[in-house]
Design a protein around this ligand. Structure first.
Ligand code: ZN
Length: 299
């Protein structure tokens, strides 16, 4: 990627506090694969104060309309997991995540409620290949999965406990629908994301940049130059605002130093975003999701 920054003039956009509404009536909107109750200590800014309480997290999916075709960034848990998490994940794993059986939590059901058929989803961009991000790939038979090539290799080799054997089998069966791209280097800043990110559709609407650390080669997606979905490069916004990892973020990072470097990069990026009118969203920060999407709980 080129190191030369875009001119401020080119990047100039109106300053805005609340960037835009990401509701289903728009071309770009957010869904969450449920609201899960997990031990608060995992993501707390003050973990010792939150040893025994629980907190709510989202599993955030970005939806982009391109005419009739739909692109998703991540797709949440499989509908089978939403219907019966105990059977699919085991009782302990499901209980830790606060995953109770709830079919309406699945993204395919929520899209149908918004008038979008599963067959319209033609592209799913994976920020990384953990089960809460790509488990639902099998729910979308026409979708191509776009993933960073080293992430795909790590997934196939099972190098990280967050990768799921059932997902590995599902992706192996659908190998003809998987497209890889190569993050040349770690993402460094605004200009890289806006200009040099991998252009998924060739129209500049979805650009991908490498943001490794959480997994071997996790990445972020910039949609319409307006929304940067960073997956699990940070679990909560406070982590990059304070440049400090949460307990869970540090413990589960494939590369802890890389995860921290990502927080620093995102902190700087958010400062620039305020000027350029770009919103940042992580996968699991409930407050961020509520501010950008809706305060309503999915039914
Ligand atoms: Zn996740």
């Amino acid at each position: 990627m080129s190191a030369s920054p875009l001119s401020e003039k080119k990047l100039d956009r109106p300053r805005t506090d609340r960037a835009f509404s990401l509701r289903p009536e728009n071309d770009l909107f957010l869904l969450t694969c449920g609201h899960l109750e997990i031990p608060a200590v995992a993501f707390s800014e003050r973990p010792l104060d939150d040893l025994w309480s629980r907190t709510t997290i989202t599993t955030t999916v970005a939806v982009l309309r391109r005419g009739e075709a739909i692109t998703l960034v991540d797709c949440g848990y499989a509908s089978a997991t939403c219907e019966d998490p105990y059977r699919e994940l085991g009782v302990f794993h499901a209980a830790m995540l606060g995953l109770t059986p709830k079919a309406t939590r699945s993204i395919v059901v929520q899209l149908a409620d918004a008038g979008i058929a599963a067959s319209q989803v033609t592209t799913i961009v994976a920020t990384h290949l953990h089960l809460d991000h790509i488990g639902a790939f099998s729910d979308f038979p026409n979708a191509e999965l776009v993933v960073e090539e080293r992430e795909y290799e790590a997934f196939r080799a099972g190098k990280n406990p967050g990768y799921n054997q059932k997902d590995r089998e599902a992706l192996a069966r659908a190998a003809s629908r998987i497209t890889t791209w190569s993050a040349e280097e770690r993402w460094m800043g605004t200009a890289d994301a806006l200009r040099d990110g991998f252009d998924v559709h060739g129209d500049g609407r979805v650009r991908l940049v490498g943001l490794p650390g959480h997994t071997q080669s996790s990445s972020a997606a910039l949609l319409d130059g307006r929304l940067l979905h960073v997956g699990d490069a940070a679990f909560q916004a406070w982590e990059y605002r304070k440049r400090r990892a949460s307990v869970y973020g540090a413990l589960t990072a494939y590369d802890r130093a890389g995860y921290r470097a990502g927080l620093v990069a995102l902190g700087a990026f958010e400062d620039a975003c305020i000027t350029h009118g770009i919103a940042v969203v992580t996968s699991h920060d409930r407050e961020q999701w509520s501010a950008l999407a809706s305060d309503d709980e999915p039914s």
